[in-house]
Each structure stands twice: as C-alpha cells, then as structure tokens.
Design a binder for this molecule. Structure first.
Ligand code: BGC
Length: 244
C-alpha cells in the first residue's frame, strides 16, 4: 500500500510517500521547519502543504512528539502546550497519529535492526528529546516515554538528548558518557536483548557509539532518520487493513 508518512519533530516536519510493504520512500522527502509557535493550527497547515506538495489523496500516517492515545494528544514536552487534549487524528483529516518514537520503532522492528528479533527490544531516539519504543516479541507497548525517567535528580532527556549535547557544547566523547549512564539505567529496568539508537544522531553513530560500553548490544537504527516517516505510514497501512 502507498501511504504518505509525515514525521513531526521539534525542529522539522518531514514527509514522503512510502511503499509500506517494502518499507521504502517512493520520492525524496520534503522537510519544512516546525513553525514557531508550534501550535496545532500552524502545524496542521504544514501537514496540509506537505500533502499538497505530493498531490496526495490517499491514507496518511503522522507522528507526534508526545503521548498519543486513540489519536488524541496527551502530552507535549517539546512542542506548544496547546496540543494537550487536541484530537490530532481529526485535525489531520482522519490520519493515523502515533508517538514519534513508537513510529520509528515500528519501522526498525519491521524493516531495520530489530527485524525478526524476539524478546525485549528497545528503540531509543535521541533528538530534541529522548523518545522510546518498547517491543516484546515484536509487539509494541506504546507511549513508554522513557526520556522522562529521572536520572541523578534530573529528567534524562534534559541531560542526555542530542539537544543537551548541542546546548552544553559537549564533545561526542563527553556526551557518550551521559548516553551510557542513561542506557545503563534503562538496561537495569528492562534487561533488553537489543537497544537500537535512532533519531538524527543515528547518522553520526560512529562518533559516539564506540565510547558507549554496555552488556546489551547497542546498534544504530538501520533506517536512520527516515524511520519516523516509514513507521507512520506503516501504522496507517496496518489500520486500513484492519478496517477493510
Ligand atoms: C516526548 C516523547 C517523544 C520524545 C522524542 C519527548 O519529550 O515526551 O513523546 O517521543 O520527546 O521526540
């Protein structure tokens, strides 16, 4: 099935048509900076522009950087607070809407690094915040929000996200120490058999992953920052197949 996948992030909104069986983009993706303020109407305008750019009339899957339950936004840590309570599925014209890290995780587990893995797999995305997707035998436990775990009295994503690296001008090695400390905490809680690192930094894994030492295997996301788009489209295709 061909589905338009759109990934809403704290800094950019990216979209492309996706072949959901192959897990591949059908056209080059379009990226538009996230409007400031990132309020629902402004963001809906960008989603609409992306859809128009591709001349899209088919199904759409959209990610959101917060808790999403039945298409309704429950939290908004890194976008405008006015999102809380909004029925995003309705706002985006009946699109399938899910958490951004859950979408990236679905794509990795279906097409990328977590493929055919049983047991507990954790996909963690490092960007503006830290997102998490937890899988047990390939089944997603949605909205786990492990970026908000407390670590040394601080919220983990304030300390170890890619934005924290930039904000505090940390070297890759120094940042890797923070990432390792966070991963050790998550490892202690879940004993996963694999941790996949996604988000914008997955492209730069060779700069910091060699400095991260953990018993659990830690690998960069195979789909890198396309995972959100592919996962959003994949989730929408799954819903369409259940409906029809
Ligand atoms: C949000 C998550 C999101 C993550 C990555 C966190 O601040 O609470 O829902 O997945 O950032 O965007």
């Amino acid at each position: 099935m061909n589905v338009l996948g759109i990934d809403i992030g704290g800094s950019g909104i990216k979209g492309a048509p996706v072949d959901t069986e192959a897990g591949e983009l059908l056209e080059e993706r379009l990226r538009i900076p996230t409007p400031q303020p990132s309020s629902p109407d402004e963001v809906a305008g960008v989603v609409e522009s992306i859809s128009r750019h591709f001349g899209w009339t088919g199904p759409i899957g959209v990610t959101f950087p917060g808790v999403v339950v039945n298409g309704v936004i429950k939290t908004a840590a890194n976008v405008d607070r006015s999102w809380v309570g909004v029925d995003a599925a309705h706002l985006f014209g009946g699109a399938t809407v899910l958490n951004d890290a859950d979408a990236a995780g679905l794509a990795e587990v279906r097409f990328g690094e977590g493929r055919d893995r049983r047991g507990t797999v954790l996909v963690l995305t490092f960007g503006t915040g830290i997102g998490s997707a937890l899988f047990v035998d390939g089944v997603l436990v949605p909205n786990t929000e492990l970026g908000h775990l407390e670590l040394n009295g601080k919220e983990a994503e304030h300390h170890a996200s890619d934005r924290a690296r930039e904000k505090h001008d940390l070297s890759w090695e120094k940042w890797a120490e923070r990432v390792e400390e966070y991963l050790r905490h998550v490892e202690m809680l879940f004993s996963p058999s694999l941790i996949v690192i996604g988000g914008g930094v997955s492209k730069k894994a060779s700069k910091f992953l060699p400095h991260v030492r953990l018993d659990t295997p830690v690998v960069p996301a195979a789909l890198q920052n396309q995972a959100g788009i592919i996962g959003a489209a994949h989730a929408a295709a799954g819903r369409m197949q259940r409906v029809h």
